[in-house]
Design a protein around this ligand. Structure first.
Ligand SMILES: Nc1ncnc2c1ncn2[C@@H]1O[C@H](COP(=O)(O)OP(=O)(O)OP(=O)(O)O)[C@@H](O)[C@H]1O
Length: 310
């Protein structure tokens, strides 16, 4: 379990992380999302004791990271700026890390295999592509078989096969009961990988929710309606909070701000035939954009729920 308590970081007059309170639970993949510069890396660095918070604190497994006696075996981390000796081979890089914690050679070979790097284990790291470097960073994070993983943009630089590999790996690590906290700016990827989301904008918490709940509440849902009496139905439905957001053709409507049951009842009460009545879930991408647009306006709460008919 990772806990952040009012975590705050200022650089001079600029507050880059403000009063972040959240928990990352074991057994699930938690996505840490936010637009560029939202403060994700800074937060992760604070969790790992690499940046001192201006205010607030955080714990991993109930204790501050710095108090863990053998951190590699408790928390595996992949940060954006890695320090890997470019002249070392992948194998020697991992062996050097393993020595600091008394981790046996067999474990090094295992994580090289896990990361798909066995065939390049003897190659110098300076010749590695971005994707290979990411795989090596993930292998290093896994080295101590830690209960907690904190990974900053792990899919960065990976090809489609690598993206699929990391998605499957993260899910299986969570299934084993580990705490997996992974940052990304790729909404579509998080929708496929994460169960839970912690979303920040301008250093503030915008949402701490499941993927499904986030889409339902932050993005709202729309209902597609096909009826030969579109304009009559529209007139009947129109009211505060009801929005007709799109129509493909004269008979089709896309309505936001109410649900399909209500639309169905109104149509039935006025004998309006419906050829189609389909609830459309907002995509995670759309929900995220809606939410971060709010953050640009310095609002930190989720958008007002769309109202029902007056
Ligand atoms: N050492 C520093 N000194 C001053 N400002 C900093 C420092 N480190 C980060 N920042 C600023 O803090 C803000 C948050 O940066 P951070 O890297 O944490 O965001 P991020 O969400 O990880 O962004 P990205 O997705 O672009 O990596 C940015 O505006 C950045 O310029």
């Amino acid at each position: 379990m990772i806990r952040a308590y009012e975590l705050t970081k200022r650089y001079g007059d600029t507050t880059v992380v403000q009063d972040l309170d959240f928990s990352v639970r074991p057994g699930t993949v938690t996505g840490f999302l936010g637009p560029n510069g939202a403060g994700k890396s800074t937060t992760m660095r604070m969790l790992l004791g690499l940046d001192a918070p201006t205010r607030g604190r955080s714990t991993i497994g109930g204790r501050a990271y710095a108090t863990h006696s053998a951190p590699l075996t408790e928390v595996g981390a992949l940060l954006e700026a890695r320090s890997v000796h470019p002249g070392r081979t992948a194998f020697h890089h991992l062996m050097a890390l393993a020595h600091t914690h008394g981790i046996p050679r067999g474990r090094v070979e295992h994580v090289l295999d896990l990361a798909g790097l066995t065939s390049v284990a003897g190659k110098r790291v300076k010749g590695f592509s971005l994707g290979m470097g990411q795989r090596l960073g993930i292998a290093a994070a896994m080295l101590g078989d830690p209960a907690t993983l904190i990974l900053d943009e792990p899919v960065n630089g990976l090809d489609p096969e690598g993206v699929l590999w990391i998605r499957t790996l993260l899910k299986s690590l969570a299934t084993q009961g580990r705490t997996v906290f992974v940052s990304s700016h790729l909404m579509s990827e998080m929708a496929l990988t994460a169960d839970h989301l912690v979303i920040i904008g301008r250093g503030r918490l915008l949402a701490d929710t499941t993927v499904a709940d986030f889409v339902a509440t932050a993005g709202g849902t729309a209902v597609k309606v096909v009826t030969p009496r579109a304009s009559a139905l529209c007139d009947l439905l129109r009211g505060p909070g009801i929005d007709v957001i799109g129509a493909n053709g004269p008979d089709a409507l896309e309505i936001r701000g109410t649900d399909s049951a209500h639309i169905g009842r109104v149509a039935a009460a006025h004998a309006i035939p419906l050829y189609e009545l389909t609830p459309l879930a907002a995509s995670l991408e759309q929900a995220f954009m809606d939410l971060t647009q709010e953050s640009v306006e310095y609002r930190v709460t989720a958008p007002e729920p769309t109202g029902a008919l007056a």
